[in-house]
Design a protein around this ligand. Structure first.
Ligand code: DX5
Ligand code: ZN
Length: 221
């Protein structure tokens, strides 16, 4: 089985030292840098925009996995791509037309992802699979770090795994929210190939990040 990709969410980093934090998780073995973009409208929190990505980009070599929790979203895709996004993931509910939004992401040259909230049925993916490079299953309701993993989403991960295997395309199956050492193992068993983690990675000192990441991946440490 391929090695599980770990995508630290910078939402849990020290924002006064964001560049150093991003460099530290890369050095600690992170595979992707997960960037949570929130608008205070689609989700009840506000974070960062393209200007912050752009200033981080020259310092980090791993791909930027940009999770857009904003509505409307189409008008901002190119700006995030220009700022350095390698993967752009959107929520179908951000509207108005998810298929068109995915086409627009592809047109920027970025990889395209779709994210399902805990209350969004897995069948939503079916007509989108041929456009997707990544499926993001939310295991918390989006908006905040540090929430508890919603166990009912494990079944959704299993079902998404089956759908992805059935379509025969190479699609990353990523899980986001409340991922810790215990839930990470459950997600991997359910078929996840990538894990987002904020709190579980950015805990302790920077010297602890490598161990935190290795534990999520299931490497004995
Ligand atoms: C939630 C975000 C997550 C969040 C994860 O809306 O999409 O990426 O930062 O944080 P933890 O790992 O602390 O649940
Ligand atoms: Zn996220």
């Amino acid at each position: 089985m391929a090695r599980t990709l770990i995508a630290p969410s910078i939402l849990a980093a020290d924002f006064s030292k964001l560049g150093e934090e991003a460099v530290a998780v890369e050095a600690a073995g992170a595979d992707l840098l997960h960037v949570d973009v929130m608008d205070g409208h689609f989700v009840p929190n506000i974070t960062i925009g393209p200007v912050v990505l752009k200033s981080l980009k020259p310092h980090v070599k791993i791909p930027f996995d940009v999770h857009l929790m904003i509505s409307p979203v189409d008008a901002y895709l190119q700006a995030f791509r220009d700022a350095g996004a390698d993967i752009l993931t959107v929520h179908p509910e951000a509207g108005p037309h998810i298929h068109r939004t995915l086409q627009a992401i592809k047109a920027t040259g970025a990889k395209a992802g779709a994210s399902l909230n805990p209350g969004t049925p897995v069948e939503t993916l079916e007509p989108l699979l041929d456009q997707l490079d990544l499926v993001l299953i939310m295991s918390v309701n989006p908006g905040f770090g540090g929430q508890s993993f919603i166990a009912s989403q494990l079944r959704k991960i299993e079902r998404a795994r089956t759908m992805i295997d059935g379509c025969g395309r190479d699609i990353i199956l990523e899980v986001d929210g409340g991922v810790n050492e215990t839930t990470a193992r459950q997600c991997i068993e359910a078929g996840a190939t990538a894990l987002v983690a904020g709190t579980a990675v950015f805990s302790g000192d920077r010297a602890d990040y490598a161990r935190n990441i290795a534990r999520l991946r299931g490497d004995a440490r």
